[in-house]
Ligand binder design. Structure first.
Ligand code: ADP
Length: 473
């Protein structure tokens, strides 16, 4: 753990395992509620000086962290693949994405402009400034174990907030590596603190009940997000929530089915389907269904599951056995209710794969609303295809979910693209685009996918409080 500028050990530790082979990767310190309190005290003590430092000084530190992260890209990616399982190439991409947040918010720190507002009174002036909220408590997930940290730490520090972060218990080593970079970049003591632990419950309680914490920012499941938001409510703490998704992927009649199938297969199996913007229901117009399924199947057949450190691996393991069980149960349920299996549909147990948590990349079609996969987030390598016949029907089906994070549309008709962009109730819409994400673009969901946005100008605003000055002159 890193508290008040000191790397802290403790007698209690917990082991971290490689999901591809079950080997132990290392140990992390098992922090307690008292450690969380100590970290919050340190962040609270560091806040006055940090928040009143210049944006230029804060930006310089974030830029230094950016350079260090780029220099260490290969080593960080290898650590990520070993700890989290994604193929090395995907890990390299993630480290770049993570570093991009450090650079983007170093730049944004200097653009925290205020406003003057004309008054109806001749003797009055209004001035608005946006100032740092205070101590932030952050909780991050294991699926993107480095970028989900910088997506919170970079804007918080840019705004002038101080932070205590608790990473996921499956990926504390990536978190340690990020905080080593922050330390080396010159982040002053107490400004950024890391508390690792095996059981998050007590630390979550401390974050939500400690009066010194002014904001909770969370990325993870909708169930835990709702619980944390409720626990933070008695003190009206600010909250940002990046939660689950159930992305529709719509391929309209006029789209090129081959191009769409390539896009769908790429984004579906990214991170073995363990992404909140992963397509969960793929709607394909009936007139091009056969061609779409044929291309999709051909692409799946070429995918190699295995250890992400091997150059031939295109699909890594799932995070744990519970994740494999969830995927297997959803596929079994769909097949029992009439879905058609085109590829996969089984655990992978051959040879060394049996030591890890592998499930075959899977394609099923004829999915309908009676099946669990139609509503439940899958978080695994299963592509579920649903045929449709007309525009209104597919928009209604796509919007028929409590989630509202990402949606994808494939069409060559500009009018269909624009109408769908406006009609879909999701925070992020990819139009013929499978990667509508960037440090410069607002990321976040509607409905039960969350509150607030990360990245972009909005990402900085999440850490700022609006203050109005009314001056009688
Ligand atoms: P997932 O199911 O994808 O692991 P979770 O929401 O359980 O998603 O985990 C995301 C993050 O939330 C992790 O850092 C985890 O430790 C943390 N977390 C899980 N349960 C709680 C809780 N009760 N209180 C605080 N944090 C929690």
């Amino acid at each position: 753990m890193y508290i008040n500028g000191i790397w802290k050990t403790s007698e209690g530790t917990f082991a971290v395992f490689n999901p591809a082979n079950g080997n132990k990767v290392g140990d992390a310190v098992d922090g307690s509620r008292a450690d969380a309190r100590e970290a919050i005290d340190a962040a609270h003590a560091a806040f006055p000086a940090w928040s009143s430092s210049t944006a230029y000084a804060r930006a310089d530190i974030l830029l230094k962290a950016y350079s260090l992260m780029i220099e260490q890209k290969q080593a960080l990616a290898e650590l990520m693949t070993t700890e989290q399982g994604k193929p090395l190439k995907a890990a390299l991409n993630e480290v770049q994405y993570a570093a991009d947040f450090l650079r983007w918010f170093a730049e944004e720190a200097k653009r925290n402009y205020g406003e003057t507002i004309p008054s109806a009174r001749a003797d009055q002036r209004f001035m608005v400034r946006y100032q740092a909220i205070g101590v932030v408590a952050a909780i991050t997930p294991w699926n993107y174990p480095i970028s989900m940290i910088t997506r919170k730490v970079a804007p918080a520090l840019a705004a002038g907030c101080t932070i205590v972060l608790k990473p996921a218990e499956a990926t504390p080593l990536c978190a340690q590596a990020v905080f080593k970079i922050l330390e080396e970049a010159g982040v002053p003591e107490g400004v950024a603190n890391l508390v690792t632990c095996e059981d998050p419950v007590e630390i979550g309680k401390e974050f939500c009940s400690n009066k010194k914490v002014k904001k909770i920012t969370f990325t993870g499941s909708t169930a835990v997000g709702k619980m944390l938001a409720a626990d933070a409510a008695p003190q009206l703490k600010r909250v940002s929530m990046e939660l689950g998704g159930h992305a529709p992927f719509i391929v309209f009649e006029d789209a090129d089915p081959v191009h769409a199938a390539k896009g769908a297969s790429l984004v579906k199996f990214l991170n073995t389907g363990q992404a909140c913007i992963s397509p969960n229901r793929i709607f394909v117009h009936r007139s091009i269904l056969d061609s779409f399924l044929k291309t999709f199947t051909a692409r799946i057949e070429k995918m190699n599951a295995g250890d992400g450190m091997s150059a031939t691996t295109s699909i890594g393991p799932l995070v744990n056995e519970a994740a494999v069980d969830k995927v297997a149960t959803q596929v079994e349920d769909a097949l029992n209710k009439g879905a058609k299996l085109h590829h996969g549909g089984e655990r992978l147990l051959a040879g060394d794969l049996s030591k890890g948590h592998f499930y075959a990349p899977t394609l099923i079609s004829d999915v309908n609303d009676e099946m669990r996969i139609y509503r439940e987030e899958t978080f695994g390598p299963v592509a579920a295809v649903i045929p449709f016949d007309d525009y209104d029907e597919v928009i209604a089906m796509a919007n028929d979910t409590d989630f509202g994070l990402a949606a994808y549309v494939y069409t060559n008709n500009l009018s269909t693209a624009m109408r769908a962009f406006e009609a879909l109730n999701f925070g992020i819409i990819g139009i013929n685009d499978i990667n509508p994400t960037s440090a410069a673009a607002p990321f976040g969901g509607m409905n039960e996918s969350g509150l607030g946005r990360e990245g972009a100008r909005e990402g900085l605003a999440e850490y700022l409080e609006t203050k109005l000055g009314g001056f009688s002159i």
